[in-house]
Design a protein around this ligand. Sequence first.
Ligand code: XLS
Ligand code: CA
Ligand code: CA
Length: 437
Amino acid sequence: MSEYFKGIGKIEYKGKGGDDLSFKFYNPEEVVNGKSMKDNLKFAMSYWHTLTGQGVDIFGGATQDKSFGETDPMAHAKAKAEAGFEFMDKLGIEYFCFHDRDIAPEADTLEETNKRLDEIVDYIEVLMKKYNKKLLWGTTNAFSNPRFMHGAATSCNADVFAFAAAQIKKAIEITTRLGGAGYVFWGGREGYATLLNTKMGFELDNLGRMLKMARDYGRSIGFTGDFYIEPKPMEPMTHQYDYDCATVIGFLNKHGLEKDFKLNVEANHATLAGHSFAHELRVAREAGMLGSIDANQGEVFNGWDTDNFPTNVYDMALAMYELIKAGGYPKGGTNFDAKLRRASTDAKDLFRGYITGMDTMALAYKIAAKIIEDGRLDSFVDQRYSSYNSGIGKKIVDGTATFAELEKYALDLGEVTTNESGAQEYLEGIVNSIIFG
Ligand code: XLS
Ligand code: CA
Ligand code: CA
């Protein structure tokens, strides 16, 4: 087997003085919250950006070569897999995530495409054993091929729905075969371009039908992992149905999918929806549905999905606070759905991107752990709601208070005399002193 990333050895933790090809803050064996950082963060490589993305944008072609020295489609698929496992091995990343079409290219017929998948899955299985790597989640690319121009499960064309179902069935089979801990549904083109041609309610019901069939089939073949929906508000469609966490949770509850599905929350999609990443994670956590994370960040002033490697430690610390408060990942992990900038063409850049991302996540996680250990934020919040611990507040929470009783209470009170400060600036100061103190 050839070495694809020549001249780059295993990336080690060297601390603050380390060079660009070492971890400065991520020490895999460091124990925080009773677990190693490796197990707290459960890093995953995204097959698509890492091994497939070539720096293409709508104004120009490839700037990064991902041929791995091969031109034949299946030889290329194998070389890609080899390069991917070498990359994970060198970075000490334990997990990976893929779309079916990332690992093997489509052929002329579905039957032939499925044969290609079987062939590459056989090979990936060998590599997983050799390098001791695990599949965090699998998914289906039911959005790139022109047949999905109107969507997949939400297409107006029943033949497309059937085709998407066949593709999802196969992708769940290979995910199960590779011991995947999760299966993601990102609604690639599940949305609309214009309401003028769209039966929205009908499309949403069809999406529910597809997910129920997927769940039932997955369980019937022994898939015990979590299913995830990954919210995103727009792009490629004008409006995507899985807009944000709150929307998706409502949808899952309506369709009886809430026991099998959790959320795969992506940072860049949160900001596209006009939310902070921490907000989206809070929504998921409060619903008991925080499953997995796609770690990245958007360019602050751009309204599209730029999938940069995460560098904003402050925002990520508030996000990691939500993860720790949720009790960590149930079965998920931290997938770098992140890509190099188009002009980052040095052979080392891919490693540098991951290293910076992993260091950012580690710093953020450790800060979040300190905020929780410090306890001032938690005790402030507990105190802020303490009027619900006794008296009329307790009756409201217990569900025993009636409108008549509350009216009498208010009349007796005459006016609300105490309302304490929300003290936002005090709390922001605490966070800063923990980060920089
Ligand atoms: C695209 C999504 C996609 C999902 C997997 O915006 O982030 O990459 O994570 O289909
Ligand atoms: Ca994603
Ligand atoms: Ca994205």
